[in-house]
Design a protein around this ligand. Structure first.
Ligand code: PLP
Length: 387
């Protein structure tokens, strides 16, 4: 008997090794990995820089409590703040924890101001995590079933509908929490004009803009952070997934004004920001710069987007191509699992975003040749399933 809890629906596949964008199963079959651990392995598997940096760090110190100063944490915080245009970072270990921290900081900030604002507005179809607060923040009922009583103080509005948001705002509204590009909810893009409008509404009403870039951050959309496409900046930003390139790390960034509300003892994490995870994130940043991964992301995105559009013209069952950078979705008029299964049989790993959207999430250093190979497998699989 396998004693692991059965909370994941798993594919019948055991992956044991990876190199770049390729992974191998326990039967020594190889696959092109266009899932990347769900947007985590952004510099591919077993990158030599990562192997070296982590080995050296492991030989020196894996963990050190936040009772003490951690130089790698200080260095990483500085680099992230310069990139994001924010001032302070709290480190944790996952996306849900980063969003928990964001929700707590927003509420604590208004509490410290003597204000009664506590409500967080989020978008329908959003996904923010599996803890009690973050599943309540999530705009999808399926993640909430059986877990009541749910925490209070969350409301949902449709994405890209500024009037709906305006109508929802009242004296209790503390913040709006959005993914600039919804991943789990179906690869749904928040329009640049919508994000600009949300920023303006936040400024007008004195509420905070929290952007969840756990899936979109760290270059996934072709900019370091997806909000750069709209020329705006959040008050609070959350990151995880790609940040550590496979080593668990989450981060919540905020302005100096807000960060004052997280004084000593207000929040914490045993493992958050330890030397090992910060070394991983620093290495990801180095590789991104040295290998010009933002440029590769834009180029490979264009390559995939154009070909997917050609598929959408050629196959009747395909409806729309959407997304940004290397977070792309292909909406079908049918269940996408049979397509994912065919792709797997032919040596390509893909995933879904909801029942009818194929999600394509290669590492940001995927090559032109690997993309061509993946697209050939996808075309062959589409022919087998849809023809
Ligand atoms: N927010 C977004 C946008 C996500 O895509 C995810 C995970 O898929 C999360 C939050 C939760 O992250 P984690 O699974 O690391 O808790």
């Amino acid at each position: 008997m396998n004693h692991v809890m059965q909370n994941y629906g798993r594919f019948p596949l055991t992956l044991i090794k990876g190199q770049g964008s390729r992974v191998w199963d326990d039967q020594n079959n190889s696959y092109l990995d266009f899932v990347s651990g769900i947007a985590v392995n952004i510099i591919g598997h077993a990158h030599p820089r990562m192997v070296k940096a982590l080995s050296e760090q492991a030989a020196s110190m894996l963990h050190c409590s936040n009772l003490y100063h951690i130089p790698q944490q200080t260095l990483l915080a500085g680099k992230l703040c310069v990139l994001a245009g924010l001032d302070r970072v709290f480190f944790c270990n996952s996306g849900a924890e980063a969003n928990e921290a964001a929700i707590k900081l927003a509420r604590k900030y208004f509490y410290d101001q003597g204000s009664s604002r506590r409500t967080i507005i989020t978008a329908t179809q959003s996904f923010h995590g599996r803890t009690m607060q973050t599943l309540t923040a999530t705009g999808q009922d399926k993640v909430k079933i059986g877990f009541d009583p749910l925490p209070q103080g969350f409301e949902h509005v449709p994405l890209n509908d500024l009037d709906a948001l305006r109508a929802q705002i009242n004296a209790q509204t503390a913040a709006i929490l959005l993914e600039p590009l919804q991943g789990e909810g179906g690869v749904n893009l928040a329009d640049a004009a919508y994000l600009q409008g949300v920023r303006a509404l936040c400024d007008e009403h004195g509420m905070l803009l929290i952007l969840d870039e756990i899936q979109t951050g760290m270059g996934r959309t072709g900019k370091m952070f997806a909000y750069e496409h709209a020329g705006i900046r959040p008050d609070i930003l959350t990151l995880a997934k790609g940040l550590g390139g496979g080593v668990p790390i989450g981060a919540m960034l905020a302005t100096e004004q807000l960060a004052k509300s997280f004084g000593p003892g207000t929040h914490g994490s045993t493992f958050g920001g330890n030397p090992m995870s910060c070394t991983a994130a620093l290495t990801v940043l180095e590789v991104m710069e040295e290998e010009a991964l933002l440029i590769n992301t834009v180029q490979r995105s264009q390559q995939i987007f154009e070909e997917l559009q050609a598929f959408a013209q050629a196959f009747e069952g395909l409806l729309e191509v959407r997304g940004q950078g290397l977070l792309l979705g292909l909406e079908c008029n049918c269940d996408v699992q049979p397509i994912i299964e065919r792709c797997r049989k032919h040596g390509l790993l893909l995933l879904a975003a909801g029942p009818k959207v194929l999600r394509i999430l290669p590492s940001l250093n995927v090559s032109e040749g690997e993309v061509n190979e993946a697209l050939e497998i996808l075309e062959k699989s589409l022919k087998e399933v849809l023809a």
